[in-house]
Design a protein around this ligand. Sequence first.
Ligand SMILES: NC(=O)c1ccc[n+]([C@@H]2O[C@H](COP(=O)([O-])OP(=O)(O)OC[C@H]3O[C@@H](n4cnc5c(N)ncnc54)[C@H](O)[C@@H]3O)[C@@H](O)[C@H]2O)c1
Length: 408
Amino acid sequence: MAGRLGVGFIGSGFITRFHIRSWAAVRDADIRGIYSPTRANAEDAAALARSLHVGDARAFDSIEEMAADPSIDCIWLCGPNFARVQNMERIVAAIHKGARLKGIACEKPLGRNAAEANRMVDLIEEAGVLHGYLENQLFMPSLERGKQIVWARGAAFAGRPYLARAAEEHGGPHMPWFWQGDLQGGGVLNDMMCHSLEVGRYLLTKPGAPRNSIRPLKVSAQIASLKWSRPEYVAMLRGSMTDKVDYARNPAEDWARATVTYVDDAGTPLIVEATTSWSFVGAGLRLSMELLGPEYSMSVSTLDGGTKVFFSRRLQDQQSGEDLLEKQNAEQVLMPIVGNEAGEYGYENENRSFTRAFLDGVQPELNFHAGREVTELLMACYMSAEEERVIEWKPKDLQSYVPPPARR
Ligand SMILES: NC(=O)c1ccc[n+]([C@@H]2O[C@H](COP(=O)([O-])OP(=O)(O)OC[C@H]3O[C@@H](n4cnc5c(N)ncnc54)[C@H](O)[C@@H]3O)[C@@H](O)[C@H]2O)c1
């Protein structure tokens, strides 16, 4: 249909469903296809899209078939990390056979390590289509607005901000492969610090200035397996996931912190401080961000949104779920709820922005090159943690580096 984009999703899991739920806020694009190796799952996600009236979606039997279908203009790559490169290779093969795509958007991480991220960049260049790196947190309305106000009312008069803090924390991921270092690429550092590092860089970048207007100089990080390698939690993980998730033998880190020192064009030192954790105990997913400069500061915390519910102990047989918020940990007493998670975590603005760019033929700045930079920073964090030293940017052996939990 002229003037509308048809979008196909690879993967029908947790994140695809988040994107589908965000789509009511996306104009000029319909969800028309879902591919997943298990056809029933693809059909289920397609049915969700249809039920929300965000597109006449149907399940496809292969990536090649979906990419070649005339109703599909763009692909959102939302499969698991271990399938990322292979999924992309199949899209590119389809393009060589005549599939006509306008754009490809890829979920985090672009690759499990720098070599894979490099391969993804080579493949997108071979494909010759527009590309986006899906980092939803940069599109959080609270963050975007907070950044805009702090730069306009604080930095404009007192000088640029110097410190950004970002944290993402919850009790642990929902599927076994996230916990398996070789399949996922690492532990929580690889899984979630991609968000916090990019949020920090974004907050410290002057509105309208290019991404590379601030440059990394040094990286220092630390990782630890604090909770999930304790014997009782090893057993719990084996029981709730699979025997392949064995944190007695093959633990991955469930806590990480990193400090990245940047510098701007004028040589001003800037710091990004990031923390991430799968060992957080609280109501559910907590995203916290701060931006500090001379005479001003800004803070965001997604668990402090305002709405709370209370359920007394006399309510029996509560079913566990994530109906109050992502990675919900409890069902009773006082619980915060997030009114519109797909909106507040940034998915609505993200998808609106990428579909608009692809429709207009504009290359987004948040693209595969940006995704590769994020992966490279994460690898430098692992190096720093492993070698217990500060890493000068950009280390030479980055391309062949694989984080310790992924070396099996
Ligand atoms: N932006 C975010 O905050 C965020 C949150 C969660 C996940 N993610 C990313 O999204 C991606 C998917 O995560 P998820 O939580 O949906 O995982 P998931 O395990 O819930 O779903 C993965 C989906 O991929 C399908 N799949 C399995 N093997 C495949 C293959 N070889 N090719 C294509 N698809 C395959 C599965 O059937 C499933 O539908 C990951 O890369 C993850 O890092 C991002």
